[in-house]
Design a protein around this ligand. Structure first.
Ligand SMILES: [Zn+2]
Length: 82
């Protein structure tokens, strides 16, 4: 990987955001999914106040982050490692 590759575009997720209902069902062995990530059906998108994570499986809110009127820097580039 070149030294000029923007490191902030690598996967740097340290704490997954999960639906608590999906997590409970997965941990109880109620699914055939190999992982909680593959079981979850999460939508992520901007709202009038910030960014929301929504569980399609349970049709419910997982997280709604209020930007409190702030405009945050966002990088939408999807670069592939060489
Ligand atoms: Zn769910």
């Amino acid at each position: 990987m070149s030294d000029d590759f923007p490191q902030n575009l690598l996967n740097s997720i340290s704490h997954q955001i999960v639906c608590s209902k999906c997590e409970a069902e997965f941990l109880a062995g109620l699914t055939d999914s190999a992982s909680l990530q593959s079981y979850s059906q999460l939508d992520v998108g901007f709202t009038d106040i910030g960014l929301q994570v929504w569980c399609r499986r349970h049709d419910g809110n997982v997280a709604h982050i209020d930007f409190d009127g702030n405009t945050l820097q966002t990088d939408f580039r999807c670069l592939e490692k060489k």
